[in-house]
Design a protein around this ligand. Structure first.
Ligand SMILES: O=C(O)CCC(=O)C(=O)O
Ligand SMILES: [Fe+2]
Length: 354
């Protein structure tokens, strides 16, 4: 096993994680029809409790047509099955971070996976770009290579966006905010969508498909593999790793760092990782719902009071996002930036090592 992949002993997935029965499964179907009075508030309360206690929930009855999701999964499978040189033709580069990549690092350890990234709402390429500025332009494989690939992913991304706004509204309600309080941040988005393939691995005891991390954006909606589990969440109340059991057709939703900051720590962006296994490949499609580049992320004024002063210094989302994207391109000697560094009470603390 190449050393680059090997996790430090304390981060190896030694004992198989217990299956979490605890991550709340929430049925969103009341949102589909005209909900009876009180039903949306009840749902918001359920979502709020999950965000507070787990940072995660498993959504069923979410309204995303199964055929749309199945087409996206099939498109992903077909893409990864292409010969290596076809995938290399749409490979990510240091400056242009979308497209195909098989050498991503999380916390400076290489992940056992290959990915394909798109921005469903592409940012216009800069007319003139400064040195080192990242260019977020999609790299689609030629249609002859993969008919229907782009359409399948775009259709799925559109369904994700619709759901993301519904979840955003439930989260706002759960924090006693106006239902559309958070919408404005997403008028221009840096949302991206990724297709992951985790190949079978001869040493699943030493490596991770995706190392432990917190999602840095606002909200993540993950279609995990219906058949092959691997998503582990570090349960906030105990610190133990638990496996999120695949529920066919479900979507796993988690709050990212931005919602933790907006809510002034009422909700938590929880650590998670993807384990691999020696027999079966695993596919997943995360959708990272992220605000506009120029968003100054800080606790919302409604979340701050004399009893609960603001716990974070404001930070520029665009800058944070680009720094992260650069740091997972290759192995670095320094740790990447975490929101923990922006906590007011940690200003004087030495940099954390994770
Ligand atoms: O593939 C998975 O199960 C997890 C993916 C994930 O956490 C991520 O891409 O941020
Ligand atoms: Fe994640």
């Amino acid at each position: 096993m190449d050393d680059a992949y090997v996790q430090a002993p304390e981060h190896r997935p030694v004992a198989p994680a217990a299956e979490a029965t605890g991550v709340p499964v929430i049925d969103l179907s009341p949102l589909a029809a005209t909900p009876p009075p009180g039903a949306v508030d009840a749902l918001a309360a359920e979502v709020g409790a999950a965000c507070r206690d787990w940072g995660f929930l498993v959504a069923v009855g979410h309204g995303v047509p199964e055929a749309t999701a199945a087409r996206a999964v099939e498109a992903g499978r077909a893409f990864f099955a292409l010969p290596a040189e076809r995938k290399a033709a749409v490979r990510r580069t240091e400056r242009a971070p979308l497209g195909y990549y098989d050498a991503e690092h999380t916390k400076n350890v290489r992940d056992w996976k290959e990915v394909f990234d798109i921005f469903p709402r592409e940012l216009p390429p800069p007319a003139a770009s400064a040195d080192g500025e990242l260019v977020f332009v999609n790299k689609w494989p030629g249609d002859g290579d993969l008919p229907g690939f782009r359409v399948a992913l775009e259709e799925y991304a559109a369904a994700m966006e619709e759901l993301a706004f519904k979840l955003l509204e439930l989260i706002a309600r759960s924090l006693n905010l106006r239902p559309d309080r958070l919408h404005g941040f997403f008028r221009e988005q840096t949302t991206y969508m990724r297709v992951n393939r985790y190949p079978p691995c001869p040493r699943p005891d030493l490596v991770l498909g995706l190392g432990r991390h917190r999602d840095s954006g606002a909200l993540t909606i993950l279609r995990q593999d219906d058949d092959v589990g691997g998503l582990d969440v570090r349960r906030p109340s105990t610190g133990e790793w638990v496996r999120v059991r695949p529920v066919p057709g479900s979507l796993v939703v988690n709050v990212g760092d931005i919602i933790q900051v907006w809510s002034n720590d009422r909700y938590e962006s929880v650590e998670h990782r993807a384990s691999v296994n020696s027999e079966q490949e695993r596919f997943s499609i995360p959708y990272f719902f992220n605000p506009a580049r120029r968003t100054a992320v800080e606790p919302l004024e409604e979340m701050v009071s004399e009893e609960r002063p603001s716990r974070y210094n404001a930070y520029d989302w665009g800058e944070f996002f680009c720094t992260r994207r650069r740091s997972n391109f290759s192995k670095l000697d320094v740790d990447n930036i975490q929101i923990a560094h922006l906590r007011k009470d940690s200003v004087a603390m030495p940099a954390r090592t994770d």
